[in-house]
Design a protein around this ligand. Structure first.
Ligand code: 3HC
Length: 288
């Protein structure tokens, strides 16, 4: 089985662009497939800005930045992913949309050993695997935002993921991308979001009920518990639409009230107050 050198990323949003960036920084040939031209443009700019920031912070040289940029290509045609050895799906956190992507990838990716991975935060991998005719090659590779900075990837195997797929995927993540892995079984939310999402939703309920302000909740966790950012600032970073989608997947799986998205979160998403990416969520942000 050949080394993974050609990677595809489907989706150029926050996570897709971060995954594409770390792959390009690891000397891989990276093709990003994004159908929406504006999302592709913003994704490309986000990668550029992050590479530039990496240079400023001494994480890579100017030459390495140029080399990484030269290894990144964008397409809007999924057929172009035919020669990829690993494809990571990172589209919006909606089961129907992700299943559609997996059906397409199953048709276009030619290598029978290619790994088809999802960066889903919460949707069981089995559901996505069953949209393909090669469930043994399907795995969850769940990255964390900001992807160039956070070292973790959760590796999620379904009941049908082949051991060989898992071993290759883990070797790729650790040896090629230089990230650390934890293993999770295939339950909505996996390890990290099973802990994180109830915490974020509790913080939103505190604000919703007038118990405390968003700033005070955040300051409490930053100053009192040394978290790098408070839960509402973190929800804004993740994107409130994504927080809602993850909570809904987890609620659908477990039927636990602690996973139920609070009405304030639903109203904010309906209003387009999606957090950092829209300029306003629980806090406000200068527009990029
Ligand atoms: N490339 C490489 N490294 C970079 C970089 C870039 N583009 N930008 C920053 N860095 C490095 C910096 O050099 C610095 O490293 P150092 O400590 O070795 O010098 C480090 O990253 C921190 O950078 P900054 O000092 O610029 O930024 P802050 O200290 O303000 O930290 C933050 C920003 C990393 C976002 C931090 O606040 C943080 O970790 N917040 C929590 C984020 C979090 O919890 N994410 C998980 C979200 S959950 C998720 O994604 C799962 C999903 O399913 C919901």
């Amino acid at each position: 089985m050949s080394e993974i050198e050609r990677v595809g990323v489907v989706g150029a949003g926050l996570m897709g662009s971060g995954i594409a960036e770390v792959c390009a920084r690891a000397d891989l040939d990276v093709l990003v497939c994004e159908q929406d031209a504006e999302t592709a443009r913003v994704g490309r700019e986000r990668i550029r800005a992050s590479l530039e920031r990496g240079v400023r912070r001494g994480k890579l040289t100017a030459r390495e930045r140029e080399a990484a940029e030269s290894r990144l290509r964008f397409t809007s045609d999924a057929d172009d992913l035919a020669d990829r050895q690993l494809v990571v799906e990172a589209v919006v956190e909606r089961e129907d949309v992700k299943m559609g992507v997996f059906e397409v990838l199953d048709k276009v990716v030619e290598d029978p050993d290619a790994i088809i991975a999802s960066n889903t935060s919460s949707i069981p991998i089995m559901k996505l695997a069953m949209a393909t005719g090669r469930a043994g090659n399907v795995i969850g590779l769940h990255f964390f935002n900001p992807v160039p900075v956070l070292p973790l990837v959760e590796v999620v195997t379904s009941l049908l993921t082949r051991t060989g797929t898992r071993d290759r995927a883990e070797a790729f993540v650790t040896r090629v991308l230089g990230k650390q892995i934890i293993r999770s079984t295939d339950r909505a939310g996996f390890v990290v979001n099973s802990l994180l999402v109830p915490y974020l939703l509790s913080a939103i309920r505190m604000v919703e009920s007038g118990f405390a302000s968003a700033s005070d909740v955040d300051d409490g966790m930053v100053l009192g518990c040394a978290h790098p950012m408070g839960p509402l600032r973190l929800a804004d970073l993740i994107g409130l639409d994504t927080v809602q989608a993850i909570a809904e997947s987890m609620y659908a799986e477990f039927k636990e009230p602690l996973h139920s998205p609070p009405p304030l979160l639903l109203r904010m998403v309906e209003a387009g107050l999606l957090g950092e990416k829209s300029g306003r969520g629980f806090h406000t942000y200068p527009r990029a």
